[in-house]
Ligand binder design. Structure first.
Ligand code: ZN
Length: 267
């Protein structure tokens, strides 16, 4: 089987990280993006990268769940300084995960804090020349507005601005994101019985912007639903996406791998 890159997964310090990485290699993965976002996820990403340098590429960030603990511009500035230090000293391949989530019905003040945090990190990524791994849920309009304002024009032109991880958006959202240089991370959701709408969008995505991800430990794909997810399971999602694109498995896997490497591991 051709190689495959898991473009978005998480590790936690107490996990059997070495075992998960070994099973990922056995499954034929060529690498993965170990994504942070809070203290535990950042530590997991660092641990995975230390165990498998060049295979587990770390991403560090301040996820929207942290926005409540960042009440004012001074607090934001100090968190950003710490993030920049972590990114630079830790050899991060990306910033992430970062973004907006309005699915919990947060009030206007909490949404404003999420937006300030997201915009500041997009600007940091632009300054550092790094792609982002982006979360967007029930917030398409504000996500688009902030991406348009803050993404690096150079990275956007090179198609290396980042990925909308766990993409489940509409064809319209995808069409607005593609010109901004963004890629689309497809998770195990694409295999779920209820995901007909997403499966209809997949063939409309630009092929050179399609990534496979697990978002492990969440969202195990069919036929492994109900298990704790891990990067090795990405092959099931990739096979399903290959079918939707009408591509032979090997060709599709090579495409997904090349797309992820262009973004997170450029030569
Ligand atoms: Zn995630």
């Amino acid at each position: 089987m051709a190689p495959l890159f898991d473009s978005h997964c998480h590790f936690a310090p107490g996990d059997d990280i070495a075992g998960v990485l070994a099973r990922a290699r056995e499954a034929g993965l060529s690498g993965l993006l170990a994504v942070g976002g809070d203290a535990a996820a950042d530590a997991g990403a660092r641990a995975a990268a230390a165990l498998a340098p060049g295979f587990a590429l770390p991403a560090f960030g301040i996820d929207r769940t942290e926005a409540g603990s960042i009440p004012d511009p001074a607090a934001l500035a100090s968190r950003l300084a710490a993030l920049e230090e972590a990114v630079c000293s830790g050899g991060a391949a990306a910033l992430g995960e970062i973004g907006l989530d309005y699915s919990r019905g947060d009030d206007a003040a909490s949404r404003a804090r999420q937006r300030a945090l997201f915009a500041a990190q997009l600007r940091l990524a632009a300054r550092l020349g790094l792609p982002c791994s982006i979360h967007s849920r029930d917030a398409e309009e504000d996500t688009l507005a902030l991406l348009r304002e803050n993404l690096s024009p150079e990275l956007a032109a090179a198609g290396r601005a980042g990925s909308l991880h766990c993409f489940v958006g509409s064809a319209g959202f995808a069409a607005a994101l593609a010109p901004l240089g963004l890629s689309f991370g497809l998770s195990g959701i694409v295999t779920f019985r209820s995901a007909d709408a997403l499966r209809a969008v997949v063939p409309l995505l630009p092929r050179d912007r399609i990534l496979i991800e697990t978002d492990s430990p969440y969202l195990a794909p069919v036929p492994l639903r109900g298990n704790p997810c891990e990067p090795a399971f990405a092959v099931h999602t990739a096979r399903r996406v290959a079918e939707l694109l009408g591509l032979p498995g090997d060709e599709a896997f090579a495409l997904f791998d090349a797309n992820a490497r262009r973004l997170f591991a450029p030569a």
